[in-house]
Structure formats: C-alpha cells, structure tokens
Write a protein that binds this ligand. Structure first.
Ligand code: KG4
Ligand code: ZN
Length: 336
C-alpha cells in the first residue's frame, strides 16, 4: 500500500513515498521509498528566523518539484492515499500543502487524509523501530516541546508542554544573540562540545509539580549575560553555548525521568529537530541505562520535519476510516 506524504507546515517543503507492508503480521511496517526535503534555511538565515510570507511563496514554487521527485516515476493512480499535514504550523505554509494535496486527490480520485504534525513527530518512532505501547514521547522541535503518553495509534495523552518558547526556538534565539547561523541548534550543539557546560549558571525552570516546560527565562538570562559582558570585549561563545545547552538538557532530562516515574512506563521515544542534539541523545542514553528505560531515537532526517512521519500517521488515520474531503482546511493551532 503506497502513501504519499506532504508536509509544508513550517519552512521545509517535504514529500515522501512510503510503502506499508500489510503482510503476515499486518503491522503496517513502513518502507521508505523516498524522502525529499527542500530546505528554506538559506532564505530565512539572513533574517535570523522564519519570515512567514517568504516561506509560503517558496512552498508554492517547490511543492510540485518536491512531490514529483518523491513520486520518482510512480503514477498517481498507484497511490492508496495522500496524507497531508493540516496543522499546527504557519497558516500560509499549511495552505500550500493542503490546497495542493486536495487538488491532487480531487483530480485523480485518491483518498485524502489530514494529519496533525505532532502526531507525525510522535509516530516517527515507527519509521525505523516498532516500540510497544504505551510509551512516552518527548517532542522537542522549533515549534513545540511536549511530553505525551502514547497509549496506542491515535490515542495520546499530553502530560506537559512548554508554557512559552519551545526548546528549539530557545536554541534559535540564543544562536541569533550569538550571531550564529540559522537554524541555530546545530551550531550551538557543535560549539558546546568545545565549551564548559558549568561555566555560567544559567537558570533552570523546573516548575515543580508539573511536567510543563519554560525556556524563555534561559534566553533572557543569556541576553543579560551578553549585555554585562559587552564592554569587556571577551565573549566566551563556546562556554555560553555549552552552559545554555546544559541548562536546557538538565530540564528535559529531569522531566523525562519524572514522566517515567509518574506513569511507570519505561519506554521513551524522542522526536523533533532538537532530538538530533548529540548531548541530549547522550544524556538520555545514560539516563536510560540507569533506569532500565528502552530508548527510541530516530535518525536525524526523521527527527527534523519530514513527510515520512506524515505518511505513517496518515496510514493509521486511514486504517481508522478517518478520511478527509475537499472541505479539509488547515489550522495554525490544530490540537492533537
Ligand atoms: O522538528 P523541526 O525540524 O521543525 C519544527 O517542527 O519546528 O525542528 C527544528 C528545530 C530548530 O529550532 C533547530 O534549531 C532545532 O530543531 N535543531 C537542533 C539541532 N538540530 C536541529 N537543536 C539542537 N541541536 C541540534 N543538533
Ligand atoms: Zn516539526
């Protein structure tokens, strides 16, 4: 069963062709045939963040070339469904993917499925692995930082979320303060390896009694530190990167441990762009080893935004009979 995935929720135009094995076990094991991502990072880099209007315009230019490349010569008639991300995300960006998917679906009479981007990230755990339910999912991206208890396909309980900035957003904002590239996460990840994570005591918002997160205070603390240091001429960029990253990771690790303890579930899946952070992965591996937790971390291409995860979520929605029609409208703040 072939499913075409499409994601234009933010600043990447993505499309993927995924085949689902409906064989003996009927598990819907995905086989990735193609995974095409056209990044807009270069366009937004000079502004240090995403410019929504530029993002939508670029999606319009790239959507057909990206989908055509993902199809790789397969005929549209061979598709069992088209799965498209319907939110949350930037509304102008989402509209491009949804309008395109609706047009394809209508013109060729192919079933259409609307997919929540966050469900896509949670189910990215199934692209290369097959965790048993229930498992805890930490989604850490540029737009979201949330902890879910995944009870089954299509059944998720939100245990906590960021009350302000997402972890990736904090990385990007701190990178901008340090005049690094965009998106800033990979640069901070790299520089932090050369710095001392205990050099600067940036605050950690643990929010006792809650599994929620807060990262905006850390970003402000970095800004205040830079303002204090401004006249001394010596800005220890590596130490700032390492200390900021340590503060973020301390909070993420503690919340994961608390979620495991609270639920008694010792399976943890990581998802979202920040899940490709080397220190986070290492920290989680150590924690998992100590607590006997089974850890599922996708390859970096499946951590960052991609359409394979949209196809996987679309497959399960379709199996549950949840098809969309021409009335499918994206929502910027679509709830899971
Ligand atoms: O999941 P994603 O591709 O898009 C959203 O749905 O937001 O995540 C992008 C975010 C950006 O904020 C980027 O800086 C961050 O993921 N990121 C990282 C790393 N690679 C990407 N953050 C920390 N360390 C990394 N290695
Ligand atoms: Zn995402």
């Amino acid at each position: 069963m072939l499913i075409l995935g499409i994601d234009t929720s933010c600043d990447d135009t993505s499309s993927a062709l995924v085949e689902f094995d409906e064989g003996v076990k009927k598990t819907g094991t995905p086989r990735v045939i193609s995974n095409v991502v056209s990044s807009q990072a270069e366009i937004h880099a000079r502004y240090g963040g995403i410019v929504p209007e530029l993002a939508s315009r670029r999606h319009i230019e790239m959507i057909w070339p990206v989908v055509r490349e993902a199809l790789g010569g397969k005929e549209l008639e061979e598709l069992a469904a088209i799965a498209v991300c319907a939110g949350p995300g930037l509304i102008g960006s989402l509209l491009v993917g949804c309008s395109f998917a609706k047009a394809l679906s209508f013109s060729k009479n192919i079933p259409l499925v609307g997919v929540n981007h966050l469900e896509g990230h949670i189910l990215s755990a199934f692209i290369e692995n097959s965790p048993e339910f229930p498992f805890i999912s930490l989604v850490v991206s540029g737009g979201h930082t949330s902890l879910y208890l995944a009870n089954g396909f299509l059944d998720y309980t939100e245990m906590g979320k960021s009350r302000d900035d997402a972890a990736g957003e904090a990385y990007d904002k701190v990178a901008k303060l340090l005049s690094l590239g965009y998106p800033g996460g990979p640069d901070i990840d790299r520089l932090a390896r050369e710095g001392n994570p205990r050099a600067i005591p940036f605050p950690r918002a643990y929010l006792p009694g809650s599994l929620d997160f807060s990262f905006s205070g850390m970003k402000t603390a970095v800004l205040n530190y830079l303002n204090e240091k401004k006249n001394s001429g010596d800005i220890p960029v590596n130490d700032i990167a390492a200390s900021f990253q340590q503060a973020v990771l301390d909070v993420l690790l503690r919340k994961c441990q608390q979620a495991i303890k609270k639920t008694g579930v010792s399976r943890l899946a990581l998802a979202g762009g920040v899940a490709s952070n080397s220190a986070l992965k290492e920290g989680l591996r150590v924690m998992a080893g100590k607590t006997g937790t089974e850890l599922f971390i996708p390859s970096p291409v499946f951590c960052t935004d991609n359409a394979v995860m949209i196809a996987v979520a679309g497959y399960h929605r379709m199996k549950a009979g949840q098809l969309a029609g021409p009335g499918l409208n994206p929502k910027a703040s679509l709830k899971l």
